[in-house]
Design a protein around this ligand. Structure first.
Ligand SMILES: [Ca+2]
Ligand SMILES: [Ca+2]
Ligand SMILES: [Ca+2]
Ligand SMILES: [Ca+2]
Length: 309
């Protein structure tokens, strides 16, 4: 009788189909992909939804965010407790936080509360980017399409593949400063090519061209004012105001002695999959809990300076 009443309640809340005795209830969760976390020693993962107001949580004792990031394993399996709740929030402000408060909100009216012991698979993935203004897929990360990036294009041969290299041609002018995407649509096919209109034109865009003005002196070796791994500030003709590496009439060789430091941004994604859910009205026993958002450990930078040839 209790189960029958529960099914009737859910049917009325969640389904537009008729709820005659004998219908098969086919209920699956419908939440946004992202979730949050809190807890100093016992972690709580949670996601909330309004209209109708529902929450799902995963609680793991003696486990923290640090355990995810400090583990040698990128995939961790733990046992925990999964809970699904519905609420009547008519007496609560819309922004009331339902979790991670020392005191739960007053007037919290829980209308359904179902829990089960589950198995949780936590997967940590590192994502790196050169932030050079060109999406990785336009930087030839997988020439033979086999899913292995070890053969990724490395234009300047400095050991950093283009999709992680903020200075793809190794000329000490960052790709982002070589106007690789003038119309800002993410596609670099319209990239600036300065020497196309000069005496020695080529068809190589500046961000992949180690001699941008085609004067026979490498861009990184046009350091006439200061050898500081930055050809942008070497300007012999101050009237024109054009840096020497883009001025074909200035062709002095003042060689660079090092590559500039590269900065590779890093961010982690953490995904959760909950398995072995046994809740009577639920048609799924596996639930993709989604992607964690928020913790500051999720991002950082990795500096690297390639060996100079
Ligand atoms: Ca490179
Ligand atoms: Ca790049
Ligand atoms: Ca260049
Ligand atoms: Ca020049």
């Amino acid at each position: 009788m209790k189960r029958f009443c529960l099914i009737v309640l859910l049917g009325c809340i969640f389904f537009t189909s008729s709820c005659n005795d004998g219908d098969v209830i086919d209920f699956e969760f419908d939440f946004e992909d992202t979730f949050r976390s809190c807890g100093e020693s016992d972690i709580l993962f949670f996601k909330t939804k309004e209209d109708p107001t529902e929450t799902v949580t995963v609680a793991i004792d003696n486990f923290t965010i640090a355990d995810i990031f400090e583990s040698d394993e990128t995939t961790i399996e733990r046992e925990g407790n999964f809970t699904y709740r519905t609420y009547n929030r008519s007496n609560l402000p819309p922004d009331a936080e339902l979790f991670c408060n020392n005191l739960p909100p007053a007037n919290l009216n829980i209308t359904l509360d179902e829990s089960d012991a589950v198995v949780i698979t936590i997967t940590r993935t590192l994502v790196e980017d050169d932030n050079d203004g060109i999406p990785a897929e336009f930087e030839n990360p997988d020439p033979n399409g086999d899913g292995d990036f070890s053969d990724a294009q490395d234009t300047d041969g400095d050991g950093i593949p283009d999709y992680l290299d903020a200075d793809d041609d190794g000329d000490n002018v960052l790709t982002i400063n070589e106007n690789p995407d003038p119309d800002g649509d993410g596609d670099p096919s319209d990239a600036q090519n300065s020497d196309a209109i000069l005496m020695n034109p080529d068809s190589i865009p500046d961000y992949l061209d180690s001699d941008d003005d085609g004067d026979g002196v490498l861009t990184r070796d046009e350091e006439n004012d200061e050898q500081n791994e930055n050809p942008l500030d070497d300007i012999t003709n101050s009237v024109l105001g054009i840096a020497d590496y883009l001025n074909e009439n200035v062709a002095n060789t003042v060689p660079a002695v090092a590559y500039r430091e590269h900065s590779i941004s890093q961010s982690y994604t953490v995904r959760l999959v909950v398995e072995e859910i046994d809740i009577s009205f639920l048609s799924q026993d596996i639930f993709d809990f989604g992607t964690l958002t928020g913790p500051s450990q999720l991002s950082g930078t990795r500096p690297v300076t390639p060996d100079f040839p």
